[in-house]
Design a protein around this ligand. Structure first.
Ligand SMILES: [Zn+2]
Length: 305
């Protein structure tokens, strides 16, 4: 790595240490940034080694690094948005599924209750018909009593009439029971149907949310693809690989972070003032010495907005 082109990558470690082991930068980097970050470092260092041989190497490198950082930070922003949407979308299909299960269960219960009420109504009709039949029989027996030849026949018919009157009483009792039952079932069906309607409304809202989020995600993903294509011009493939690896290893999905209150925006460890200055120069890609994330300043952040 030629000194004249400037080191395109460095940790936020004081330069004193770097100078001591100038001949083996990568070894130092590996030691300083830890295992995961060291892999990234090795790739990144190789990936962004300047291949420009023109006279104004310094300027071109500067421009290129700045563009790379802007492109990387843009990519990070879009990736973070996608992450957020995917987290939300990740819960919604489950909520929709739960509601669909609830609704299916409620519909089955309502159907069963309706079948039960139909059976009850049929029983009531049967009992009413039985009462009619009993009345018809009583009428017939009373007519027959007018023409009996002896007391025995008359008493026999009286017994039949008494029996039919008992049957009528029994049927009336059953009808009252069935009717009470029927009213209770109908009330239950009403409340179930109200609950069912509420669930269906919830489902519609959740489904719309899900559809919106899916549509939004697709839009975002398409934008990301477009942005990635654009950014590829400014980011070496190996740097992109390094970024992807840092992002994957980071719990919050951040591979590129902004300096916030003199600290790394990823792990919140303080960054020495000299290295904050280096980061602001945009001449090197600088990673956090603690977490290995690529660091950017306000200038890069503002340039992406
Ligand atoms: Zn950090």
């Amino acid at each position: 790595m030629a000194k004249s082109t400037g080191k395109p990558i460095a940790t936020s470690k004081p330069s004193k240490l770097m100078k001591k082991t100038e001949s083996s930068d990568q070894t130092v980097l590996k030691k300083e940034v830890g295992m995961d970050a060291s892999e990234v470092e090795a790739d990144a260092v190789a990936g962004i080694a300047p291949d420009v041989q023109a006279e104004n190497v310094e300027d071109k490198t500067e421009l290129t690094i700045e563009k790379r950082l802007i492109a990387l930070y843009t990519l990070q922003q879009v990736h973070s948005q996608i992450d957020k949407i995917r987290i939300i979308r990740g819960e919604l299909p489950l909520e929709v599924q739960d509601l669909e299960d609830d609704i299916a269960g409620l519909e089955t219960r309502v159907d069963n209750y309706i079948q039960e009420t139909i059976a009850q109504e049929k029983s009531i009709t049967d009992k009413k018909n039985a009462i009619k039949d009993s009345h018809a029989l009583i009428k017939k027996y009373e007519d027959q009593q007018m023409n009996v030849r002896n007391n025995r026949e008359y008493d026999s018919l009286t017994k039949e009439i008494e029996f039919q009157n008992l049957e009528i009483q029994l049927s009336d009792k059953r009808i009252r029971e069935f009717t009470a039952n029927l009213e209770q079932k109908k009330a239950e069906i009403d409340s179930l149907q109200k609950l069912l309607q509420d669930r269906k409304n919830d489902l519609e809202i959740k489904r719309n949310e899900l559809d919106d989020i899916i549509a939004e995600t697709e839009k975002e993903e398409n934008e990301l693809v477009k942005t990635s294509e654009n950014n590829k011009k400014y980011i070496e493939e190996r740097l992109l690989t390094a970024y992807t690896r840092i992002r994957k290893n980071a719990r919050n999905g951040l591979g590129v972070v902004q300096i916030e209150r003199d600290a790394c925006g990823g792990c919140f460890n303080k960054i020495p003032p000299q290295h904050q200055l280096d980061i602001r120069m945009h001449k090197k890609i600088i990673v956090c010495e603690y977490c290995g994330r690529i660091l950017v300043d306000d200038g890069i952040v503002n340039a992406t907005q």
